[in-house]
Design a protein around this ligand. Structure first.
Ligand SMILES: Cc1cc2nc3c(=O)[nH]c(=O)nc-3n(C[C@H](O)[C@H](O)[C@H](O)COP(=O)(O)O)c2cc1C
Length: 448
């Protein structure tokens, strides 16, 4: 029996046809499979064969058409995450299924209900990545003229999560009776209205679906600004991060565990998973050639606009062979703050031109890139894991299915050989894979 506490957690950050902005131009990628369910079924089965903890789907609520190249040169057609994961819940058995849903453009009742449904459908494998959303375009699709202020989005998110978890607790575990003899379906005294009235939400409850198998689906958070870290420390169980080097990862890791402990939580209640973008080769040269092939596919206008999008600053018209222009201070930014700082930091530290920066950014969007053999990639992951920069990683294959196949066939066995990753799933739910406790129902706690 393996000691699960000492094992890495690994998620598949599934972005089709891969994380590299030019993945779809890779000769082995069949880009026409973007909306083909069989393609996703196959990827999910590969990830499950690799014993990964979960599949994670990101999401945005607008087409990237602020810049012309958004439609002409980038992949903007994709499935809505919960719909896709509902199907994958029926074609996989053990792997966790994590979907991104925005707290800014949803209502807590709908979100609590959808994730309770996915948790029941999958036998306890659902997770919700709570995002506050970052672009003005998203606001325009939801009856608004512009985004809420950054900190208000997080304040709303805090209350949103409180309502959702309250709704999940609304049914006690043994509320359902289904006694055919007496005709009793449920214990009415074990189904509770929430009667929440707060600044942003007024929700009576109870939910019209019983308590999810995990008690509560796992909560993930990925914002790393001050407000984002506080929300994560208070209510998230998994934190996704983008860290540029081990020192930054370690400082984020320590900070998050300390913040969690201020909220009365144990270090293992919060699992920290930085993103990594691995390009695996049988030799270092082969891996480097794979990276070059992808980079050569970057469309100059598409690359520039992708960077402009994440900086929320139009870089058209600047000399791409020169440095970034003077950009606003982070305090003035109302989009995502931590990624903005990360990109600027990389550009300044390494003295990159705009072109070098967008080429770098088009690959992994600021996450760690590791180009090398399976052993070299395992060395890197082991170092971050052992040196407390991470509890595991959110793996971002550069192109699909090849990048995932390489990771599962070459890197996973190397991690297993080193005793760093599970040989078999030992539990059935995502909470069990991640070593997270099943939350006690608040009403049952009151009774005891
Ligand atoms: C790995 C990772 C995945 C993310 N996925 C999404 C996503 O799918 N949709 C989204 O709107 N934001 C996503 N974000 C952004 C954040 O969750 C957050 O809402 C945003 O960065 C603003 O946070 P900040 O200002 O605290 O940095 C992601 C961030 C990271 C690091």
């Amino acid at each position: 029996m393996q000691d699960t506490k000492r094992l890495m957690k690994l998620g598949l950050f599934l972005m089709s046809p891969g994380h590299h902005a030019a993945a779809w131009r890779h000769p082995e990628v069949q880009a026409e499979h973007l909306l083909d369910i069989n393609f996703y079924k196959q990827l999910a089965q590969t990830a499950e064969r690799g014993k990964l903890d979960m599949i994670f789907l990101a999401d945005g609520l607008a087409l990237w058409d602020k810049y012309g190249s958004g439609v002409s040169h980038s992949i903007t057609t994709r499935f809505e995450p919960l719909t896709l994961l509902s199907v994958l819940s029926t074609t996989t058995n053990l792997i966790g299924l994590a979907a991104t849903v925005s707290s800014t453009y949803s209502e807590p009742y709908n979100v609590a209900r959808s994730f309770a449904s996915l948790d029941h459908l999958s036998g306890g494998r659902a997770a919700w990545n709570v995002v506050t959303s970052i672009s003005e375009e998203e606001a325009l699709n939801f009856n608004r003229e512009g985004q809420l202020e950054h900190d208000n989005r997080y304040e709303r998110a805090g209350e949103f999560v409180e309502v959702v978890t309250g709704l999940w607790d609304g049914w006690e575990d043994d509320a359902i009776v289904l006694d055919k003899d007496s005709g009793q379906v449920a214990h009415a005294d074990k189904v509770h209205a929430l009667n929440h009235k707060g600044k942003y939400f007024s929700v009576r409850g109870p939910l019209n679906i019983s308590r999810p198998p995990q008690g509560r689906p796992v909560i993930i958070q990925a914002g790393a600004s001050e407000a984002g870290r506080e929300l994560a420390a208070q209510s998230a169980e998994v934190v996704f991060a983008a860290s540029k080097d081990l020192a930054t990862a370690q400082s984020f890791y320590t900070d998050m565990k300390e913040r969690a402990s201020k909220h009365g939580r144990a270090p293992e209640d919060l699992v920290i998973l930085p993103g990594i973008y691995p390009i695996v080769g049988r030799t270092k040269e082969e891996a480097e050639a794979k990276a070059r092939l992808l980079d050569d596919g970057i469309h100059p206008e598409g690359g520039l606009h992708l960077l402009s999008h994440f900086l929320d600053y139009d870089l058209s018209g600047y000399d791409v062979d020169g440095p970034l222009p003077a950009l606003p201070d982070v305090e003035e930014v109302n989009g995502g703050k931590s990624r903005y700082q990360l990109i600027r930091g990389i550009a300044e530290r390494e003295g990159l031109t705009i072109k070098q920066l967008y080429r770098r950014f088009a690959a992994a969007r600021g996450h760690q890139q590791i180009v090398g053999t399976a052993e070299e990639i395992a060395d890197h992951l082991e170092e971050w894991f052992i040196q407390k920069g991470a509890d595991g990683f959110n793996v971002m294959p550069p192109y699909l299915p090849g990048g995932l196949d390489d990771f599962v066939e070459l890197v996973i066995p190397e991690l297993q050989r080193r005793g760093l990753f599970r040989l078999e799933y030992e539990g059935r739910t995502l909470r069990e894979h991640l070593g997270l406790k099943r939350p006690v129902n608040r009403y049952e706690q009151l009774r005891s």
